[in-house]
Design a binder for this molecule. Sequence first.
Ligand code: CU
Length: 277
Amino acid sequence: MKLIWVPFVLAVFLGCVEEKTNATTSANNNSVTTTAAASNPVANTEISATEQADKAGTLEGSVTLNIKDAKDLPKFDPIKNKDNKDVPTCHTEITDERLIVWENKDSKKFYVKNTVIIITELQKGAKGKRPKEDDKYTIDQLKCVYIPHILIARRNKKIEVTSSDEVTHNINISGKKNKSENILAGPKKSITYTPQFEEELNVLCNVHTWMKAYVVVVNNPNYATVTDDKGKFTIKDIPEGKYTLRIWHEELKELTKEIEIKADQKTELEISYELKK
Ligand SMILES: [Cu+2]
């Protein structure tokens, strides 16, 4: 078992993805059902702080890339720190986080890190677990790398971009719906940004052009998560019902998947991305 750090690839290889999923507890998922949202008179509004899920289950799964061999992984152009900018604070060798895949040698499957899983109806105000109001949403800049690479943040909540570095960074946040920010911040200086709309935001540094992170803005981060080093994810305390998952990866793009959650049960799901032939 080993981690494979994949160099950059031409987007042409990734133009189209398909899905293959197995929801073990979903016997009838042919139609898109938004039971939870439809039955809730306050759909599309913020989740009330007093609402709790009486009957809830767990979604547990993994995201794979449907390839046969590590040599089938897409090839990316390398990311470089040209001219050794701000070394030694910045690295000379840049770790490529665009497509991180772990190969399970036993199952011969390839698992994808940093894939975002969002339960869409529960982002629109359907009855759900009480939001955690004290959550902090922070990205640090450490040795000219954003940590984390993918941040799930709550709509209308402040995000802080901090810096552990003794060099100047330029924090450039942009999306399609939210306002763009482009701020030069000196050594160890932080900035704050509050997104108003749900979407994926790009975070870039114009000083260190290899620096890149994404903020995925959602209505309720309790119902969104990111796959770990082994491509696994878990979302707990999901109210019983049928839902549509939105699955997003920075290079592999977007999928949707229907699931059904039953009280006190675990729904297991494998989501598989296809590379375009
Ligand atoms: Cu920078």
